[in-house]
Design a protein around this ligand. Structure first.
Ligand SMILES: Cc1ncc(COP(=O)(O)O)c(C=O)c1O
Length: 446
C-alpha cells in the first residue's frame, strides 16, 4: 500500500495531502507508512465518538444484513429506533418530526424546501426568500450557497444565485456596528430585521443561521442575547427560524444542540456530521408539529432523496448517539472544551500572530493575522492557512482549515468528544509548533 498513487485519486492535481490513510483509530489517522496523525479536527468536525468503534461497525453490519434498501418513507427497525432516540433524548422540546438526507448540504436544501412548502400549503405562496448572514456557510448545493455568506465558495456561481439580502455577521472581534456605543447593542441581530425589510417582509419565508459558527470565520460565538433577539424578530415578521447545526449540533459545543445554550427552539433544526460521527453519511431536518401540519393538511408530499435514511446509516447514527449518551459525551465536550480553551490561551493567547481564540465546547478556532494590534491579515497570496495544515500534518496533527472574508486565516479544532487530556495537550503543543513553523516558512520564502 505504501506505493499507492494518490495522484490518480485526486480529481484536481495537488488535492489531498499526498498521503494514503490506511486506518483510523480513536483520535488518530494512520498512514500507510505507519505514521500516527492526531485528528485534532475529527475530520471535518465530524468524528464525535472517535474512530473505529467496533460496536458501530457491528450495528451497521447487522442492519445491512437485515435491510439493504427501501424507499425512505417506509419504516424499518433502524429508522424507527433512530427517530425514537432523537425524539426521546436529543431534540429540543417541541421539535418532534424527523426527516433525513445523506449529509449537511442536502439537509439544508431540504429544510429550505420544507419552509417553502409550509407557506405554499398555508396559502402564503408569496413567501419564498430565505435570509442568511454574511460569513456563513450552509452547504454546497446552489440553494445552500445562495443563503450562505462564504465569498470564496460562492465566487464561481454568481449566475445561478439570487443572493437575497443578508444580515451582518455576528463577529465581535471586528465588529463596527456598535462603534461609539458603551457595549454590544446586538445591532448584528437587528440587521436581520433590516435584511427582512429590504427583501420585503411579505416575501420572506425564513431566516437561517449557525447558532455557533462553523469553519467559515471560525467558531463565531454570539453574545447571550443574540439568538433570542433573532428569534423574536423572525416571529414578529411571521418568518421561520432555521438553525443550521450541521457542525455545532449533537454535543459539539457542550450542549445537545447549540440553540439549547440560549433556550431557543427553532422551527427547523438541521444536523449532519456528528449525527453518525462519520460512520455513515447521514444528515437530518427536525421540525415542530406546527411546521409540518399545513403540508400534511394540504395532502402534499415532501420529496425524498433516494439514499435518505439508509438503514445502515440510521443504525450507525442510532449506535453513535447511544454511545454518546452512555459515555456522557455532551457533558464531556463542555468540560474538555473548557480545558482546551484554557490551554490554548496559555500557549497561544499572547502569540504575535493570533488575533483571537474563540469557540464553545470542543469547537474552537484560532484566527491568525500578520499584526495582532491592527488585525491586518497576512497577504491572501501567502495562503497561510494551507501552509498551517500542511505543517500540521508534517508535525503529526490534522487541523481543519477555515477562513473567509475578513477572517481570512482560520484554523479549526474539533477533536472527538471522547478526546483524552493527554491528547488535548498534544493538540495544543503541536498547534503552537505548527503555527511557528508555518510563519517561519513564509518568512523564509519572502
Ligand atoms: C454549518 C454547515 N452547514 C452545512 C454544511 C454542509 O454539510 P455537508 O458538507 O455534510 O454537505 C456544513 C459543512 O461543513 C456546515 O458546517
Amino acid at each position: 500500500m505504501g506505493g499507492m498513487d494518490t495522484h490518480r485519486y485526486s480529481f484536481l492535481p495537488g488535492m489531498g495531502a499526498g498521503l494514503v490513510f490506511e486506518r483510523t483509530e480513536g483520535a488518530y489517522l494512520i498512514t500507510s507508512d505507519g505514521r500516527r496523525i492526531l485528528d485534532a479536527a475529527g475530520g471535518a468536525i465530524v468524528a464525535n465518538i472517535g474512530h473505529g468503534r467496533a460496536e458501530v461497525v457491528e450495528a451497521v453490519a447487522a442492519a445491512m444484513s437485515r435491510n439493504t434498501y427501501l424507499v425512505p418513507p417506509f419504516a424499518t427497525p433502524e429508522r424507527v429506533a433512530l427517530v425514537e432516540r432523537l425524539q426521546d433524548h436529543w431534540l429540543p422540546p417541541g421539535i418532534e418530526r424527523c426527516i433525513f438526507a445523506s449529509g449537511g448540504s442536502e439537509s439544508i436544501d431540504l429544510a429550505i424546501r420544507i419552509a417553502r412548502q409550509h407557506f405554499v400549503s398555508k396559502g402564503e405562496p408569496e413567501r419564498f426568500q430565505v435570509i442568511g448572514r454574511e460569513l456563513s456557510y450552509h452547504g454546497t448545493t446552489l440553494s445552500g450557497l445562495d443563503v450562505g455568506g462564504h465569498d470564496k465558495r460562492k465566487k464561481a456561481f454568481g449566475p445561478y444565485l439570487d443572493d437575497p439580502p443578508k444580515a451582518q455577521a455576528c463577529y465581535p472581534l471586528r465588529c463596527e456596528l456598535c462603534a461609539g456605543e458603551a457595549g454590544c447593542t446586538l445591532a448584528c441581530a437587528d440587521s436581520f430585521e433590516a435584511a427582512i425589510l429590504a427583501a420585503g417582509p411579505e416575501t420572506v419565508a425564513a431566516v437561517i443561521l449557525e447558532p455557533v459558527g462553523g469553519s467559515t470565520a471560525g467558531a463565531l460565538c454570539p453574545p447571550d442575547g443574540y439568538l433570542p433577539r433573532v428569534a423574536e424578530i423572525a416571529r414578529r415578521h411571521g418568518v421561520l427560524l432555521i438553525a443550521d447545526e450541521v457542525m455545532c449540533g449533537f454535543g459539539r459545543t457542550g450542549a445537545k444542540f447549540a440553540v439549547d445554550h440560549w433556550d431557543v427552539v427553532p422551527d427547523l433544526l438541521v444536523g449532519g456530521k456528528g449525527l453518525a460521527g462519520g460512520y455513515a453519511p447521514i444528515g437530518g431536518v427536525y421540525a415542530t408539529n406546527a411546521l409540518v401540519e399545513p403540508i400534511a393538511a394540504a395532502g402534499d408530499d415532501v420529496m425524498f432523496y433516494t439514499f435518505a435514511a439508509h438503514p445502515a446509516a440510521c443504525a450507525a447514527a442510532d449506535k453513535v448517539l447511544e454511545i454518546a449518551q452512555r459515555e456522557g459525551l455532551v457533558e464531556r465536550a463542555a468540560k474538555m472544551g473548557g480545558q482546551l480553551r484554557d490551554r490554548l490561551l496559555d500557549a497561544l493567547g499572547a502569540h504575535p500572530h493570533v488575533a483571537e481564540i474563540r469557540g464553545r465546547g470542543l469547537l474552537q478556532a484560532i484566527e491568525l493575522v500578520r499584526d495582532r494590534e491592527t488585525l491586518e491579515p497576512f497577504a491572501a497570496a501567502d495562503k497561510l492557512t494551507a501552509i498551517v495544515v500542511a505543517a500540521g500534518l508534517a508535525n503529526g496533527a490534522f487541523f481543519y482549515p477555515g477562513g473567509a472574508g475578513a477572517a481570512q486565516d482560520v484554523i479549526c479544532l474539533g477533536p472527538p468528544l471522547s478526546v483524552s487530556e493527554d491528547e488535548l495537550e498534544l493538540i495544543v503543543s503541536k498547534l503552537a509548533k505548527t503555527i511557528d513553523d508555518a510563519v517561519s516558512h513564509l518568512g523564509n520564502r519572502a
